[in-house]
Design a protein around this ligand. Structure first.
Ligand code: SF4
Length: 390
């Protein structure tokens, strides 16, 4: 069996979106692996049929995971759909599945590798499917910031990373008695952390951190933003000493696009409409909304809403479109009129999925995502801590 694995290592400094160790295509061809170029000009119907055939051939040996933000022509092939953490947990419970094909982005595939069994191999159909938010916090930047904060005497500091971060950042939290959180459990984890330490250091999403801090009753002026490109993150010593939460300057390129004026516009356009947003949106948007919560919360809220109700949803375009199609008894629209999808997740096209599956069916493991043992061990400690707390 041939294998093209991308090993992710905290020492190597690789993070979410930029895996580098890719075997050149010519070498792959010589090794008997089907080249991706052969798939780029196939018709939609042929791709669909061949994906189904490859799935059938692989049977229970493969499980295809589809993140909620994935495009329709890919998610239609998924065995399981969900958010990244739920998917990773469910896939690891499928013991017969030797191959976990993750139609998501790089940090999600890393999490699946960390949580999966030793015999399971995780495949990301396109290695360029990264996450701009995860890329905003690199390990060396976080370590430098941590050292500077410690030098200031801020030693009672708890590191918390959002699930949407590279494995080496999760491992950093594991090593420093910190924890990972998701958008649905951030508030109880903040509570847990603040009972143990005076301050929180939260990365990589400034907005989720601030919105959670507010939910938890922390005033805005007790939250400062750490910009890794500036000395002391762009803060004075006094500001850092007075802060309860230090927020990493990072954001989601999808949710960060929603503006407070979009809320006003939708309310004016559709009187009585409810505004439902993800907490990765800016504070100004979340504070003007009616409800905010994780992707799973958004899906459940729309599903349980009364017929005839109207919703403007501030999250990824593919998901909002699917919700609108699924719940025709309600009016569901995107919060902003302009396009708002996760461009990196969109890179996983049906062609890439087919290429991965046909190679797997022939015994060739392509685009494997493998987190090195040491990083995986510490990252899992931070993930396990999260599970034990919530
Ligand atoms: S939606 Fe945002 S946080 Fe999620 S994968 Fe895309 S860029 Fe990253």
């Amino acid at each position: 069996m041939m294998s093209t694995a991308v090993t992710t290592s905290h020492d190597a400094g690789l993070n979410g979106g930029a895996p580098t160790a890719i075997t050149p295509a010519t070498a792959l061809d010589r090794a008997g692996i089907r080249p991706i170029d052969d798939y780029l000009n196939l018709g939609e119907a042929e791709i669909y049929e061949r994906i189904q055939e490859a799935k059938q051939k692989l049977g229970e040996r493969v499980v295809i995971l589809g993140h909620h933000y994935q495009r329709d022509d890919v998610i239609c092939h998924a065995d399981l759909t969900g958010d990244s953490f739920k998917l990773s947990q469910q896939a690891s419970a499928r013991h017969n599945a030797d191959y976990i094909v993750f139609c998501g982005v790089h940090f999600m595939a890393e999490s699946a590798d960390i949580l999966s069994g030793d015999h399971q191999q995780v495949i990301l159909p396109d290695l360029a499917a990264g996450c701009s938010m995860a890329d905003m916090a690199r390990l060396e930047q976080v370590e430098t910031a941590w050292e500077q904060l410690q030098e200031l005497g801020l030693t009672s500091l708890m590191p918390i990373t959002y699930m949407n971060s590279a494995a080496n950042i999760k491992a950093f939290c594991g090593r420093h008695e910190g924890v990972v959180c998701t958008s649905s459990n951030a508030a109880p984890l903040f509570d847990w952390a603040l009972k143990r330490r005076e301050k929180l250091f939260f990365f990589p999403d400034e907005h989720l951190g601030r919105n959670t801090g507010v939910k938890f009753g922390i005033p805005l002026d007790q939250m400062v933003v750490w910009d890794p490109r500036q000395e002391l993150g762009g803060n004075t010593e006094e500001q850092l000493k007075n802060a309860r939460i230090v927020l990493w300057k990072g954001f989601c390129s999808v949710h960060g696009r929603f503006q407070a004026r979009h809320v006003d516009d939708r309310r004016a356009e559709y009187p009585g409409i409810k505004i439902l947003v993800h907490p990765e949106c800016r504070y100004e948007v979340v504070s003007k909304s009616d409800l905010n919560g994780s992707t799973e919360f958004i899906i459940k809220t729309i599903a349980e809403a009364p017929a005839g109700s109207k919703w403007a949803v501030g999250t990824e375009l593919n998901l909002v479109n699917r919700l609108a199609k699924r719940h025709t008894d309600k009016f569901v629209t995107l919060l902003a009129p302009d396009l708002c999808m996760c461009a990196t997740m969109f890179r996983i096209a049906p062609e890439n999925l087919l290429w991965s599956l046909e190679n797997l069916a022939e015994g060739n493991v392509v685009n494997q995502i493998k987190v090195d043992e040491e990083t995986a061990r510490w990252a899992k400690i931070a993930l396990d801590r999260m599970l034990a707390i919530q």
